[in-house]
Design a protein around this ligand. Structure first.
Ligand SMILES: [Zn+2]
Length: 290
């Protein structure tokens, strides 16, 4: 099966507290801050059914983000690198993008919505509903979204995909799927793209770096970046770990400096080496028929 082409866009960088980002939760805020700088990525999948964007990146507009975000994460948008111009610089037209998947609604993922005025923007219902609450308005700043913004709000189908209890196939060939990754936010989703024998797991902000995630998981620290919804976050960590143990996976979080190199090389994690094809088709029976 042919490989799918993925384009990575870095719209800016952020500086956060490493202790907090490693999943030690709010208690880390009591300790000395250790600055860690990391990128913010968005992706465009070139698919025969039309390009699909995963997130829209940061905006460089001065009024965003608000002071409460500034205090915790110092945003550093890269001039001229909002996703629209960045796509054009690589010969891609944002107007060709038919669908935008928002993994969640944080400002560094929804900041570039204005670059896709004609696209259908897919918003998972729990994210949509949370954004309307007081806490959601504080966190997501919906007043920064385009004035005429009308997302397509969807529910996942009760169709398990591997360890994920629900999913949504976005393409007729089933090669692009949305899976739930609650924890960092209540309705966060990931995207799984099948490319040949490898699965690309776009894991949004559930984890910050692959190496941290694996190390923390081994040590029993399952919170990752799920401090907001801790119970769901631990379950999501278990599911992601089960997935990467079962299937050769290129893990692509939104803020991992090493993710683009892994994507370019299509080099999957080694964890799945002991699993046979029969085990795999048992885990994901819906793929065996394709
Ligand atoms: Zn983020």
């Amino acid at each position: 099966m042919s490989q799918i082409r993925i384009h990575t866009f870095e719209t800016g960088r952020l500086v956060g507290n490493e202790t907090f980002l490693r999943g030690e939760g709010w208690s880390s805020l009591l300790r000395r801050r250790r600055d860690y700088e990391f990128p913010g990525y968005s992706f465009v999948i070139e698919h025969p059914g039309g390009p699909i964007a995963i997130d829209t990146g940061m905006t460089s507009r001065a009024r965003s983000p608000r002071p409460h975000v500034q205090r915790r994460f110092v945003p550093r948008p890269i001039a001229g690198q909002e996703i629209g111009p960045a796509m054009r610089a690589r010969g891609l037209d944002p107007a060709d993008v038919r669908r935008v998947i928002l993994t969640h609604l944080d400002w560094d993922h929804a900041g570039g919505l204005a670059h896709f005025p004609g696209a259908e923007v897919l918003m998972h219902r729990p994210e949509h509903d949370f954004a309307a609450t007081r806490a959601g308005r504080w966190r997501y700043e919906p007043d920064l979204w385009p004035a005429d913004f009308t997302p397509t709000v969807y529910d996942l189908d009760p169709e398990p995909y591997g360890p994920f209890p629900s999913s949504k196939a976005l393409t007729d060939d089933g090669s692009v799927r949305i899976v739930p990754l609650p924890g960092h936010s209540i309705g966060q989703v990931g995207v799984i793209v099948r490319s040949g024998d490898v699965r690309l797991l776009f894991a949004a902000d559930h984890l910050l770096r692959q190496d941290w995630f694996l190390e923390d998981y081994q040590a029993g620290r399952l919170l990752s970046l799920g401090v907001f919804f801790a119970t769901q976050a631990r379950e999501t960590s278990r599911r992601i770990h089960e997935f990467i143990e079962s299937v050769p996976t290129v893990l692509v979080p939104s803020h991992d400096d090493e993710a683009p190199a892994r994507l370019n090389a299509m080099s999957p994690l080694e964890l799945a080496n002991t699993v046979t094809e029969a085990d795999r088709s048992q885990l994901m029976p819906q793929e065996a028929t394709r």
